[in-house]
Write a protein that binds this ligand. Sequence first.
Ligand SMILES: [Fe+2]
Length: 116
Amino acid sequence: MKIRTADWKNEKHVPVIHVKEVKFNEPIEVTVVVGEEIPHPNQPDHYIAWIELYYIPENGETPFQVGRAEFTAHGEVKVWTEPRATFTVKIPGPGKFVALSLCNLHGLWMGEKEVK
Ligand SMILES: [Fe+2]
């Protein structure tokens, strides 16, 4: 499966990463959103299934998985989980966050944000 990083058509799949305030060795809030500018469909036959967040240290050490959020309600019983997740994480130094998201129809998508 190919990981896509640029969007097409009228839906937004690329996960956007927001870091509230960059600090090292202290808890920081990292929010990942799919469909921030143009909402992605959230219905039983077309939805964002999950978001994963990784931290990749600048020094080339192994990437770490920060967390994963699964979205399991897409309007089947009039409940919708929005494709956004906030993780609280402590990181040791500069690097980047990488987020992956999976659309059940359009595959795997990736977004990145450097932290310095
Ligand atoms: Fe999609």
